[in-house]
Design a protein around this ligand. Structure first.
Ligand code: PEP
Length: 247
């Protein structure tokens, strides 16, 4: 079995003013002795360059939460993957459910954004996950499989792509699926990626996201085919984020 390196990525969403650099600095110094886990924080676009400069040589990489599919052009208010690479980002989260819902992003849009991340030399962290209604209707697995089929471009490799399973109803709610439910979805995602991408799919990391906290991270990360987490609220504080990384 391929050994996949654990990744804990923090999504700061629309949180954090420039003064939040102090919290990020605390993460950098607290992470100095963490060896068995990659760490990443995705702050707002405005903080990427400053955080990336501070993170040079450190154990916490800096990512972004979205990008436009095009490299440049007449797209008011948008930010390209090339701009994010230039600012020092190493990865871009694409297809987060808040983008799919708030901005009407489809699997096609997400796929184009993942390709944009690669074009700029960055890793794409592609998010998928069912709504509560879909889970209640017994459609969780089929929704996730459909989103992976539609959002993950041809050309995905273990190095350029990470998949994050984030059930929409678990994000920011304090609720999580059962361990058995997480295992079922992660096993199925892994099998789907291996069937489509062979050895590259075997090595592709699968993160769980949705109300991961210091108190539940160890149990979730122990599940086979869970290679770490995408963490929202609990990534805003160095103490919680580092506790999750050590779980
Ligand atoms: C997220 O939005 O990516 C997320 C996982 O949020 P939270 O950890 O706050 O549920």
């Amino acid at each position: 079995m391929t050994q996949r390196r654990r990744l804990v990525a923090g999504n700061w969403k629309m949180n954090g003013l420039r003064a939040a650099r102090a919290e990020f600095d605390a993460m950098l110094s607290g992470a100095a002795d963490i060896a068995d886990c990659e760490l990443m924080i995705a702050p707002s676009f405005l903080l990427v360059a400053d955080f990336a400069a501070a993170a040079k040589g450190g154990k916490v990489a800096v990512g972004a939460q979205d990008c436009h599919a095009k490299a440049s052009g007449a797209h008011t208010g948008d930010v390209s993957a090339e701009m994010l690479a230039d600012a020092g980002a190493s990865a871009i989260i694409v297809g987060h459910s808040e983008r799919r819902t708030d901005h009407g992003e489809t699997d096609e849009t997400v796929k184009a954004k993942a390709e944009a991340a690669w074009r700029a030399g960055l890793t794409a962290i592609i998010c998928v996950g069912e709504t509560e209604g879909e889970r209640d209707a017994g459609q969780a697995l089929s929704v996730v499989e459909r989103q992976i089929a539609g959002s993950v471009p041809e050309g995905a490799t273990a190095a350029n792509t990470v998949i994050a399973y984030e059930p929409v109803w678990a994000i920011g709610t304090g609720r999580t699926p059962t361990i058995a439910d997480i295992k079922e979805i992660h096993d199925a995602m892994h099998a789907q990626l291996v069937a489509r991408f062979g050895g590259e799919g075997e090595g592709m990391r699968l993160l769980y996201g949705g109300s991961v906290k210091p108190g539940n991270a160890a149990e979730i990360f122990a599940v086979e085919n869970v290679d770490g987490g995408l963490v929202g609220g609990a990534s805003l504080k160095a103490e919680d984020f580092l506790a999750i990384a050590r779980a």
